[in-house]
Write a protein that binds this ligand. Structure first.
Ligand SMILES: CC(C)(COP(=O)(O)OP(=O)(O)OC[C@H]1O[C@@H](n2cnc3c(N)ncnc32)[C@H](O)[C@@H]1OP(=O)(O)O)[C@@H](O)C(=O)NCCC(=O)NCCS
Length: 194
């Protein structure tokens, strides 16, 4: 795929509904739910943001309000993950249009909503969006080695660990080793068929 023409992007249709979740554009009234997990040191330990108070969360929410489309390489689509049963925003999922037909996924969920398969359900929906709707050939994910929950989730999604990059990033005050995971469109299809 050639570089996109200016102003012409990928067709991202929102919201995306799954069995228990709605993945949708953020809204300003998500601020309370977002502050609850953006302000939790344990949630942000392995993600590249600091602990955020309400004001800092509001500032980043302003940016998230605009991250609803993929019109240029390098852009991130950032979606709120709403629990259908309560309407609460329990996390966020991200999909980057990295280059050509390549993407990258990311996710963060509040502590109260872990261990129930919500992250896997939301991340699977992002892989489906990338491979089935946007025509991506390859989707990657990167996590800090100590982030065992994230590495477990990526493996559970069917992503292959391709690399272990020793002390590859200076992260929150120390050198950190990163794990790189990837999935190809053929792997996605055979998984979906299986
Ligand atoms: C990474 C992260 C999203 C993983 O969350 P998670 O709760 O472990 O993942 P899921 O929601 O898919 O839940 C899976 C767990 O629920 C269990 N589970 C319970 N009910 C389930 C169900 N109905 N369906 C699927 N899994 C279920 C699974 O067995 C699994 O447990 P295990 O990890 O002990 O094996 C979460 O730890 C997080 O947000 N961390 C902070 C932010 C972060 O580090 N992001 C990643 C940066 S690379």
């Amino acid at each position: 795929m050639d570089a996109p023409e200016p102003g012409v992007g990928l067709a991202v249709r929102l919201p995306i509904e799954t069995e228990r979740l709605v993945l949708r554009a953020h809204r300003m009234d998500d601020l309370d739910d977002l502050t609850a997990f953006h302000g939790d040191p344990e949630v942000v330990r392995y993600v590249p943001w600091p602990v955020r108070d309400r004001a800092a969360t509001a500032e980043t929410l302003q940016v998230k309000l605009t991250q609803t489309e993929l019109v240029a390489h390098g852009q991130w689509l950032v979606l709120a993950v709403e629990l259908r049963s309560t309407g609460t925003v329990i996390g966020e999922v991200l999909l980057k249009w990295a280059s050509d037909r390549q993407g990258e996924v990311g996710f963060a969920f509040g502590r109260d909503h872990r261990g129930q398969g919500y992250a896997a359900e939301a991340a699977t929906a992002m892989l489906r969006l990338g491979f089935d709707d946007l025509g991506f050939h390859r989707i990657t994910a990167v996590c800090i080695e100590e982030n065992a929950a994230s590495a477990r989730l990526l493996a559970r999604l069917g992503m292959r660990q391709e690399a272990r990059l020793v002390d590859n990033v200076f992260f929150k005050g120390a050198w950190a080793t990163q794990l790189v995971f990837a999935m190809l469109e053929g792997e996605w299809r055979s998984r979906a068929d299986g």
